[in-house]
Design a protein around this ligand. Sequence first.
Ligand code: SF4
Length: 423
Amino acid sequence: MHCGMCLPTCPTYDATKLERHSPRGRIALMRSIADGELEATRTFGEEMYFCLGCLACMTACPAGVNYAELFEHARAEVEESGVLHSPRRSVIRGLTVKWLFMEHPRLTAVGRAMRLYQELGGQALVRGSGILRLLPKRLRELEAMTPPVCRKFSNELIARVIPAQGERRARVALLTGCAQDLLFSDVNLDTAEVLVRNGCEVHTPPDQPCCGSLHAHNGEWTLAQQLARRMIDLLPPESFDAIISNAGGCGSHLKHYSKLLADDAAYAARARLWDAKVKDIHEYLIGLGIRPPAASSAPGLRVTYHESCHLSHGQKVVVQPRQVLRAIPGVELVELPESSWCCGSAGIYNLTQPEMAGQLLDRKVGHIRATGVGVVATGNPGCLLQLINGCRAAGVPVRVAHPITLLAEAYRSDGRCAAGEPA
Ligand code: SF4
């Protein structure tokens, strides 16, 4: 159709005004390769990795073009063709996407080592020694973005099965994620508590595999299929009323296992059932009928809300996080200009495309600063980290929190459980 309605919503087009950096330009490139008019080249590969994968274009498209699927297949084509191949790139992808994120115990082992390095003062020592000045500029920037690793991971915080408080309304499984587990396990604990207080029996198996979003978005289709099968085996969709994600990026991918496993006779039907059961935590609470807290943990709290791209554009979960925030007594929700505009995190985009990611972060932080609020809420670990780093670096005095954390704090402050009896 080529109408161009997507162009003004595309952050990379908006920043460059170059057609090739727009959804329409990228689709034209993909089409030329699909039709055999063009070969996949390094330029094509770079273009597909300059795209954020934010899916804002999909929301804007009047023709319903499924850019998400085109984008993932295009990246898989880039990897298959090897046009971006270099020994350094292969080592980094081999160590991370193909090894570290394939087995959760590997991730937690690295997490524990990082935690020790931070807790025993190793990081402070290295930073204070000046030795980092010997590193190339890009590595120094990456080191500065290293987030604090949680003291405890989800399987140390959350019991495998927690009974519902009051009458049981549902039996749900809670997904703990990868970055979410290492960097924001407290958000997983908050999510489990909020579900329990809303009458859910919560099942949280330890050592859950990666959902495969990182793999599918970086052209590792076969690995993404493997992880999808493992996830379905670990959390059989037949056994739960719902499967809960609190990470916008993962949740979007988790709702498309039926696409990944469409040709897999053993898993296709279960994958369709899986997709139907996966819910974002905000979407699920509002659908179930949220039990509002009776008291506020911080009366008069002014909160603004940044929409994670894959929660709003990928999962179309837009009003529910706002309804959850408004259900907290004493919270005043202040709308954020360009709330669904990408913050520059976009999975690992802020590591691979620092300049573009930095521009988007500055734009977002500028809007946050202008609201004058005390708290910015967002429902995705990548965005949480990006906004924490961005607001700190810009000296914007805000707390960055997941909406479910604010809800859990309000529940804790009312001193009674959802059913009204003393906790
Ligand atoms: S996914 Fe985002 S960055 Fe990529 S073409 Fe669409 S709007 Fe642009």
